[in-house]
Design a protein around this ligand. Sequence first.
Ligand code: ZN
Length: 350
Amino acid sequence: MTRLGSRHEAAGPIPLPVNTPQRFYRGGERIYAFRGLDLPHDFDGFRPEDWLASTTRLFAEGGDGVSLLSDHLDLPTALAQDPVGWLGEEHLRAHGAEPGILTKLLDAGERLPVHSHPDRRFAAAHLDCDHGKTEAWIVLMAEPGAVVWLGFRDDIPPDALAGLVAAQDERLLAACNRIEVAAGDAILVPAGRPHAIGEGVLVLELQEPTDLSVMLEHRRFGLEEAHAFLGLPRDLALGSVDTRALDQDGLRRLRGRWTNISGVASALPDEAARFFRAQVVSTATGPARLEAGFSVTVVVGGRGTIDTEHGPGPLLIGRGDVLLTPHRAGRVRVEGGVTVIRCMPPVGIA
Ligand SMILES: [Zn+2]
């Protein structure tokens, strides 16, 4: 858990320190490198995710994850105390007093297990949860030849999936589409589709605000079956997996490039807007003026300033900075030779 400092009632952007709960897989060095920070002296190599402005707790592994604003105030409590100030009237009407997104930096220090996430219908029916977990990866750094996997290459009948999961061998990964990635790629990962991130990739990850994962591969990562299947019977949990083939056309529709953008545009395909928004803001050709809204801004390149209508004045920003901006800050202006990605909840009712 980390503190956001004393600006939590301010109307300007709030710099976010790292918030890296311990996880079961390796990583984290690239998060500190991207953020321009030294590794902490007690860094244990298992801090692969930086949860940014989080109101979400880990499903297992201790339940951490929520961002603290001070010793006595966490972000969910602050939101409950001033929901209009943080989120704005329109958001409240559509989504209630929660941000509706979780944003992370994720550094895969080893290949992640093949897993999938339930969709909203499954989560509501079996997990007493309003959100599923569609996610998206915006690749910030990647070692040469780095890969991710998404969707099955062929239709997999349910009994064949049960067999692959029982075997816990390399055939599960081999059944998925293998995709080479580089910095500048963006990929939408619909709920239900199996996926894995390979070693050596740092992504900015947007997702629905849950930590619900069906860990199709679990034995080599030392995960208990109860954790792997969300406490559900195995066959029921596997029923949340999208076993249809994801072909090359389908993959193309889920992919984009964010480094080609000048001005303001989405990093993600249109289909993502039901779940979250990732607005790329590049000010190389002039200042950008942005609407008010709860947002997590990640500075991905260059240096510049960010200023808000009701804030205390311009703030210098550079690559690796992460800022939480409440709706009450008003309209936002970004200028200088800087590129930021502004992560925001969906507009209206999804
Ligand atoms: Zn995932």
